[in-house]
Design a protein around this ligand. Sequence first.
Ligand code: PSV
Ligand code: MN
Length: 410
Amino acid sequence: MDTWREEWKLLERKLQNRGLDVGAIRKRIAGFRCETPSWGYGPSGTRFGVFPQSGEARTIWEKLEDAAECHRLTKICPTVAVHIPWDKASDWGKVQAFAEERGVKIGAVNPNVFQDHEYKYGSFGHCDPNVRAKARAHMQECCEIMKVTGSDLLSLWFADGTDYPGQADFRQRKHWFEEELKATYAMLPKNGRMLVEYKFFEPAFYHTDIADWGMALSFAQKCGERAQVLVDLGHHAHGVNIEHIVSFLIDEGRLGGFHFNNRKYADDDLTCGSTNPLELFLIFTELVAAEGEAATLKHPIAYMIDQSHNTKPKLEAMIQTVEFIQTAQAKALLVNRKKLKECQANNDVVGAERCLTEAYNTDVEPLLMSVREELGAALQPLEIYRLSGYAKKTAEQRKGKVAGAGLGVN
Ligand code: PSV
Ligand code: MN
């Protein structure tokens, strides 16, 4: 018998002894899905330079091939977020068909209203109505892509902001944002949702029009039920309690989605769970608690990765990320909720914290391997990928292709 199977038997007994419903936990792990971003497979860099990697995906087709490989190994990443115009294509029906042939689908559509020269002073917040109209037309284009591909998510992030005091009128820009977000909402496909992402700085250094979750929530509430907030883990000031924001938004019925990544300093877009795995676990404890109460969640939460790797090989980093995320979810599912509630009701501070640490300190690898076996995934996706020769093969196939200039090019 494989060692992991013996380890799993032991762990299963241990979890049962803790009073946990192992069958239900396995079901939740098996049902978890996480979207990967097309831009995570392509060229990326910092403002100091872009270093090409051999074999990295250059086109939407190659990005989909890599995303399909990630899904083939993990079986939990069946959708791929696209960024327009980084992933501009002439026939989205063809792109979707290509993706489906490889076992994946187009997921969230991300409009890009930050890189064209006209957006130097903003998009929806720009004082020139022609620039606002250009941004609105781009939203329309993205809603059309949603219709053709069957995507139900429009994921919005705005770089809009100012660099210096006095540069612009905050309230006037807020009104323009309200107007344009409502217009965008009206263009959504029938069952489409609109996710509003916030970020407190960068590229603007004085003020950002949608700087935090409260502003995103307020805009979403003004648009309608299908507008929700997207939490990107790298978009907060240091020390902010993200798990609290998450649970607050869930309770308001407005947590629409997630951008997973990790940071040490700013919006570093590093591998999720690499620098702060405990934070990721604590966020998941809120998520799994709400998902466990059928009445609490009004709509599914879209779990997405938003990372670009500059030093790690792209696909390896993506698979590693998925493993980290799956690990955090599994650990969060091991929290003994009944015991936790009792401790909370009795103000047993140490006892309550122990419920969390007991789960966090459990090695969930055998549990994950057993669920992956059930899913038909690789038992150890990253390990198998590194042994597979996929990177060597694609490097050979993609040799000599010309890279575009800049980030996210295809
Ligand atoms: C902005 O920093 C952001 O988090 C948004 O989600 C963008 O769409 C993405 O990064 C681009 O990489
Ligand atoms: Mn993001």
